[in-house]
Design a protein around this ligand. Structure first.
Ligand code: PBG
Length: 333
């Protein structure tokens, strides 16, 4: 088809800067906006009392004992952040090859959920389903004959999801990338009567180097191993769409892309293809990178944090998991 001539509408009659000249006009033509409704705040929890352990690779982020977690949850409520995501730091004495503590209904995650729910019943709680905080080898699943075994892992993940739902979790978030886990978890939850417990699937989760600081935060060591037999190859995009499609068919209520900034194309594609609530995780390494440059005065914090979060909205995300949630919510007030 011959391209229609736009010559009648080109410079100098058309000047795109005209709309940008005054602030009121820039406001009118603004296409995307970040609000506190878009934020999910990931929080780390550890055993003990009055504990706020620093995480060296994540300045400003702490491992909180449950009493401190409650204080952070109170901040979330005050700042109108809709939901928090809880990640446990499990003492090494409780870790084993099977991740047994993941299915102990009195574990740190379950006690955290119940404690926060008791204080703030309307604050959304999201918890991870994966074995890596609980295994001594650091994999998200069971290792059998030197392989992360898919179908045996599903059985454990189903139990892990169930005890989290029983503890009061609103949204179960499988982050393990086993095949079939969303469908399996959905059926376990439904059979137990948890028909309204939502599933947010880490549907397109890449085998990324940007998770490094998170593994420090939860004390998970992979010891030279790779998660590439279950997490996606950073080179792939079609495969991400297939992952998301399967998770939706298995019953995911919401899907997530992770990491964030290096995968904005995937966020855009997923949202446009499936029109499903789509979330993105600005992961620990992204936070660490931005914070490191801010600390050196190489970047302006207010500008780059907002810009990074707005890029997710522009790509089509409905919400963002970000370690900046508390700070940005204060700014948005
Ligand atoms: C566990 C999990 C990881 C993250 C969230 N859940 C790490 C991993 O898969 O190795 C990363 C979050 C972050 O880096 O902020 N399966």
């Amino acid at each position: 088809m011959k391209k229609k001539s736009l010559s009648n509408f080109s410079f100098p009659s058309t000047r795109l800067r005209r709309n940008r000249m005054k602030e009121f006009s820039r406001k009118l033509i603004s296409e995307n906006i970040l609000t506190t409704n878009d934020l999910i705040w990931p929080l780390f929890v550890t055993e003990g009392n009055k504990i706020k352990d620093k995480i060296s690779s994540m300045p400003g982020i702490y491992r909180n004992s449950i009493d401190e977690l409650i204080k952070e949850a109170e901040q979330a409520v005050k700042l109108k952040i809709p939901a928090i995501a809880i990640f446990p730091y499990i003492d090494s004495s409780l870790k084993d090859s099977k991740g047994s503590n993941a299915i102990d209904n009195n574990n740190l995650v379950c006690r955290s959920i119940t404690a926060v729910k008791n204080e703030f019943p309307d604050l959304g709680i999201i918890t991870d389903v994966a074995l890596d905080p609980f295994t001594d080898h650091g994999h998200d699943g069971l290792v059998i004959n030197d392989e992360v075994n898919n179908d045996e892992t599903l059985k454990v993940l189903g139990q892990q999801a169930l005890i989290q739902a029983q503890a009061g979790c609103d949204i179960i978030a499988p982050s393990d990338m086993m095949d079939g886990r969303v469908g399996h978890i959905r059926s376990i939850l439904d059979e137990a009567g948890f028909i309204n417990t939502q599933i947010l699937s880490y549907a397109a989760k890449y085998a990324s180097g940007f998770y490094g600081p998170f593994r420090d935060a939860i004390g998970s060591k992979l010891a030279g191993a790779t998660k590439s037999t279950y997490q996606l190859d950073p080179a792939n995009s079609d495969e991400a769409i297939r992952e998301v499609e399967l998770d939706i068919l298995e019953g995911a209520d919401m899907v997530m892309i992770k990491p964030g900034m290096p995968y904005l194309d995937i966020v855009h594609k997923v949202k446009n293809t499936f029109n499903i609530p789509t979330f993105v995780y600005q992961v620990s390494g992204e936070y660490a990178m931005i914070m490191a440059a801010i600390k050196k005065n190489w970047l302006d914090s207010d500008k780059v944090i907002m810009e990074s979060l707005l890029s997710f909205k522009r790509a089509g995300a409905n919400g963002i998991l970000t370690y900046f949630a508390k700070d940005i919510a204060k700014k948005l007030k």
